[in-house]
Design a protein around this ligand. Structure first.
Ligand code: ADP
Ligand code: ADP
Ligand code: MG
Length: 674
């Protein structure tokens, strides 16, 4: 075993690797960028080396500096984590040249699996089933069109060098092929530096099921069962689970053996994942009819590896370190067992109701689930941040991973929902509440899985109000009264009912809730009773409140219902968390806000720092409200900026490829006056 390793990554995966290293008595070296000078992963390691500026190109992708750091600190091996340099064969070679062990597969295996088209040709030879398609070298557009016609529509055009869900275009009919090909090639050359594509059958309502494989330097390779990663947004995973619902032992064995054959075909060593697209011709109720096809191999540890760890009881990073230091695989195929069911949820800084636009900001409140796991190992929370840390625009938007394990899928689901309810983040938008909606949706809870689950269930997932406006208003009013009372220096917490500030019998509150303005009328009655009218509904309100966790816990009773609500105030917004869900309500100072909405009309600014990818319009174009105007890229995602109103494009203020700051005006739009 190594005595010291360098971790060439950041965030949760750097912390994750460091934890296993520490348990094994292996010393760790972190590397960090300017933005990460005080990051959790730096604190998680024994030593740390600064390697450059905040942008990945200036630091986490600077492999000469990383190799220098390993040498200077006496590290014997480098763990690349995922992303960044993990699938970079030149980096793997450079490590070897510098006398360092790259904790991953040989560079030849990375290369062989690096391009989707080439890897498919290899897999074809190894007898691994492929989606019907064309993955040849000849890129003549007429030939590609003929191939698409032969395959039959719909087809999917994929950038061979693509990844992260980018560089894909589904084409419904022959007439659309040429335009989709041109646009796919444009994106591919911009994002991946190569415009080679492949064309394959677009599988309808498929599942994404992948197999974890592990090889060693003694020629052995095993599979550690499957993960179902069908729940996706923008072709990126959101929820992952193991085992795959409905999987039969026969299919598991076939897929496992196909994955091992794929790995062996490239002399694979270490942790890898073979991704399959799975057709369900018999629908959700006939999983025995599922047919699987090789999609790609990821030659690294994957984000979702903890669900495999949960069902096998193994530590895959420990396996990586053992295999990289030359040991044999700790277990053979027949010794591997799985137990129970595990689900992972990716908690991301993003706004699901705004097309999953990534969010940046400070984790003002960051509370993890604490009391929901009574069994050891039932809940795991992997992250690389602490309360007060900033989610910056330089890296991706994943904040944490919540992994639950249960004896059955139903038990795991219940635990996940409870743990999400106790995950409380204030300061920036996250998908936590959205994840709860997915977990509770009929489709997910009954395992009717396919990659279109989120769009299919959209109505139940987006723009939901889990809390209800009466409760939201009641909690916000209670929170305001508590604050005011505290400000007066009196002890607001000794009374168990409401109280009556002198001189007032009625009071008006104005809120914005879920995009609507709301007025609430509070009436103080006899004996401290409070009557609250929200819109035209009356609620009788009483509450107890106490400070907790830097916020306030309000125990509310209204209309005969009881709810405990945790509140945190940030500026004028009160963030509310209760068993039903999480929401935000904003108190409006009616005078200060008059006229503000009118001014917002034609502003077209960058929602975050990033790069302008393209404009869909030019100066002089007339546009309709909601029409796409420009595409920006930030935090590894593309965002479409739409017209806020009908109008005419007056001027484009940037060119494709330009870096822009948050709030920079992208184009001028003359808003049409009705
Ligand atoms: P997986 O295939 O392991 O499920 P993805 O394909 O979504 O996950 O990508 C792996 C992860 O690598 C991302 O979620 C992200 O955290 C990280 N990553 C990849 N590239 C970058 C990058 N350029 N900058 C920051 N993080 C990156
Ligand atoms: P990436 O490198 O971006 O992860 P993949 O080839 O793994 O690209 O595909 C990502 C996702 O796109 C899959 O998980 C699946 O949801 C969808 N997908 C890929 N190929 C097909 C296909 N032939 N038919 C339907 N969906 C597909
Ligand atoms: Mg993939």
């Amino acid at each position: 075993m190594f005595s010291k390793i360098l971790i060439a990554n950041r965030g949760e995966i750097a912390c994750r690797v460091a934890a296993t290293a520490r348990r094994l008595g292996v010393r760790t070296v972190a590397v960090y960028s300017d933005a990460d000078a005080n990051a959790k992963h730096v604190a998680a390691c024994d030593e740390a080396v600064h390697i450059g500026g905040s942008a990945p190109k200036q630091s986490y992708l600077q492999w000469e500096r990383i190799i220098d750091a390993a040498r200077a600190t006496g590290a014997q091996a480098i763990h690349p984590g995922y992303g960044f340099l993990s699938e970079n064969e030149a980096f793997a070679d450079a490590c070897a040249k510098a006398g360092l062990v790259f904790i991953g597969p040989p560079s030849s295996a990375i290369q062989a699996m690096g391009l989707k088209a080439e890897s498919k040709r290899l897999m074809e030879q190894a007898g691994v089933p492929l989606v019907p398609g064309y993955h040849g070298e000849d890129q003549d557009p007429a030939l590609l069109q003929r191939e698409a016609d032969r395959i039959g529509y719909p087809v999917l055009i994929k950038a061979s060098a693509g990844g992260g869900g980018k560089g894909m275009r589904a084409v419904e009919k022959a007439e659309d092929f040429a335009a989709a090909l041109a646009s796919c090639k444009r994106e591919a050359i911009n994002s991946f530096g190569s415009d080679a594509v492949l064309v394959e059958k677009y599988v309808q309502r498929p599942r994404h099921i992948e197999i974890q494989v592990f090889g060693d330097t003694h020629g052995d390779c095993v599979y550690l069962f499957e993960r179902d990663c069908s729940v996706q947004r923008r072709h990126q995973k959101v929820l992952e689970e193991a085992p795959a619902p409905g999987m039969t032992p026969e299919l598991r064995q076939q897929m496992g053996e196909a994955a091992v054959a794929a790995a062996k075909a490239v002399n694979y060593v270490g942790a890898g994942t073979v991704e399959f697209i799975v057709e369900q011709p018999g629908g959700y109720d006939h999983p025995e009819q599922m047919r699987f096809y090789f999609m790609e191999m990821n030659t690294r540890l994957q984000v979702e590896h903890p669900v495999t760890e949960a069902i096998t009881g193994l530590d895959l990073v420990e396996w990586q370190l053992r295999v990289a230091s030359g040991e044999k695989l700790p277990l053979q195929q027949h010794e591997l067992r799985m137990q129970g069911h595990a689900i992972e949820a990716r908690i991301c800084a993003e706004n699901p109701d705004n097309n999953f636009l990534p969010a940046t900001g400070r984790l003002d409140v960051y509370r993890k689930p604490a009391h929901v796991a009574f069994e050891r190992g039932a809940i795991r929370f992997d992250d690389g941040v602490r309360e007060g840390d900033v989610i910056s625009p330089f890296y991706d938007s994943m904040v944490a991973k919540l992994i639950v394990h249960g004896a059955t899928r139903a038990e795991a689901l219940a635990r996940l929902d409870a743990a999400l309810a106790q995950t409380r983040i204030v300061g920036l938008a996250t998908n936590v509440q959205f994840l709860r909606h997915v977990v509770r949706s009929g489709a997910f809870s009954s395992a009717r899985l396919d990659t279109a689950l989120i769009p299919r269930e959209a109505e139940a997932l987006f723009n939901q109000d889990p809390v209800g406006r009466t409760l939201a208003v009641a909690a916000a009013v209670a929170q305001t009264l508590v604050h005011e009372k505290a400000g007066e220096g009196a002890d607001p917490f000794s009374r168990t009912d409401g109280w009556r500030p002198f001189g007032l019998t009625q009071r008006r509150f104005d809120f914005e809730y879920q995009g609507d303005a709301l007025t609430a009328q509070l009436t103080y009655g006899h004996g401290g009773a409070l009557q609250l009218a929200v819109g035209d509904a009356d609620a009788v309100l009483s509450f107890q409140a106490q400070p907790a966790d830097s916020g306030t816990v309000v125990d509310l009773q209204y209309n005969g219902q009881r709810q405990t609500v945790q509140c945190w105030q940030l500026g004028e917004s009160v963030h509310l968390f209760c068993d039903r869900g999480a929401t935000v309500i904003t108190e409006l100072d009616a005078l200060a806000h008059a006229g503000e909405t009118a001014a917002e009309g034609g502003r077209l600014t960058a929602p975050m720092p990033g790069k302008v990818v393209s404009f869909a319009v030019k100066a002089g174009d007339t546009v309709r409200k909601g029409q796409p105007l420009a595409v920006m890229e930030a935090m590894k995602m593309e965002h479409t900026i739409a017209a806020p109103a009908d109008g005419t494009v007056a001027e484009l203020l940037f060119a494709p490829g330009d870096q822009v700051a948050e709030g920079a005006e992208l184009l001028k739009l003359a808003v049409a006056t009705a």
